[in-house]
Design a binder for this molecule. Structure first.
Ligand code: FAD
Ligand code: SF4
Length: 325
């Protein structure tokens, strides 16, 4: 499949990247950021919402740093391993796509991944044959195919693996753009809208993720449901973390079940603060998460099946917890 034409910009610094973005905004020109290109370029080849300009972050030095408390946006997924990387991040990264894709794919691209839907991630001819859908309507005003008879809401699914893991480690995201830097908890970064996806403003990109020192004390697990273990996107994912011997510190987050990855830590507060009863408490947590998630019918596996499996994934994610405290 042929790549559509676009102008590729190659800034050599963060400031230059922000300046290019500001200039394009002034000229009323549309653009996308590209990092590893493993998601964006595949969508471009399928003529999905292509833009005339693409700004690559790959020539900016220093934004691929990996340390205990910070990971830069251009860090490659294949490098998310070893002593400087939290073991749950390494576990989740190793389950993303295939080894070849992980060599190009980046942390920033993973966190800003486009939402997915089987009416949308299709070739141009396929989408034309169903008269398009709201998210890529080609100017026709087409309805959504999942929530029909409306063209204001898109419920495409966020299917990135790293976000829930970073959430349960208390990650903060640093965004940068022509108007300066903004910092916020990762759980506030996502927006429940399959088209807007997150709170990035025009011209902003995700620069890095930082972690509190407390994250190094945390242990946990990431559990993923996918069709083929060799490379498929998650159909459901559950991340859990806790501090050894302290069940009140449990954090849980999910992915691939809505348009955003979801931090459930507040929701489970009452349960983890009441008397801990080992397996029974874990069972109650699993039932609560099952009730809370709202998958729709737009990925490979049916929503009811994904909700049922979430219960199992929560139990597996918490299976190593020491419930003595
Ligand atoms: C066959 C296949 C299987 C896959 N399986 C998985 C999987 O199992 N799990 C999973 O999580 N992903 C999967 N992916 C998706 C993708 O490869 C990864 O999520 C990858 O980490 C995306 O990173 P990238 O750098 O290639 O992103 P890109 O393709 O460069 O960008 C992705 C999106 O993020 C935006 N973007 C990129 N960097 C930034 C930034 N720093 N700031 C703001 N916006 C940015 C781009 O504009 C684009 O919209 C799969 C892809 C393929 C092709
Ligand atoms: S959820 Fe609806 S609007 Fe969004 S991509 Fe799917 S069919 Fe299109």
């Amino acid at each position: 499949m042929l790549m559509p034409p676009f102008i590729l910009h190659h800034p050599k610094s963060v400031n230059e990247a922000c300046q290019i973005a500001a200039d394009l905004i002034d000229q009323n020109q549309e653009f996308d950021w590209v990092s590893g290109g493993t998601d964006l370029l595949a969508n471009y080849k399928w003529r999905i919402n292509t833009k005339p300009n693409v700004i690559s972050l790959s020539n900016i030095p220093g934004i691929d740093k990996i340390s205990n408390l910070e990971i830069g946006c251009m860090a490659r997924l294949s490098d998310l391993k070893g002593k400087s990387v939290h073991p749950i991040i390494a576990e989740a990264a190793s389950k993303i796509a295939s080894s070849l894709i992980r060599k190009s794919a980046t942390l920033g691209g993973n966190l800003c991944l486009d939402t997915r839907c089987f009416w949308y991630n299709q070739s141009e001819d396929w989408r034309r044959s169903i008269d398009w859908c709201h998210k890529a309507d080609c100017g026709t005003g087409a309805d959504c195919r999942v929530i029909p008879n409306q063209n204001t809401l898109c419920v495409a699914t966020y299917q990135g693996d790293l976000a829930p893991v970073l959430m349960v480690l208390g990650a903060t995201v640093h965004l940068i753009g022509p108007n300066g830097e903004r910092v916020m908890p990762l759980s506030d970064f996502y927006q429940l809208d399959g088209m807007k996806k997150n709170v990035l403003q025009k011209g902003e990109f995700l620069l890095k993720v930082t972690f509190p020192k407390e994250s190094r004390q945390r242990i946990g697990s990431y559990q993923k449901l996918r069709v083929r273990d060799s490379w498929d996107f998650p159909e459901a994912g559950v991340a859990a973390s806790w501090i050894e011997g302290d069940v009140k510190s449990i954090r849980l987050a999910t992915t691939a079940l809505e348009s955003i990855p979801k931090d459930h830590t507040e929701e489970i507060e009452d349960l983890v603060n009441s008397k801990w009863n080992g397996k029974e408490s874990i069972k109650s947590l699993a039932a609560l998460i099952k009730k809370s998630v709202k998958p729709v019918n737009n990925t490979a596996l049916p929503p009811n099946y994904r909700r049922s499996v979430v219960q199992v994934l929560v139990k597996r994610a918490l299976s190593k917890i020491n419930g003595d405290s």
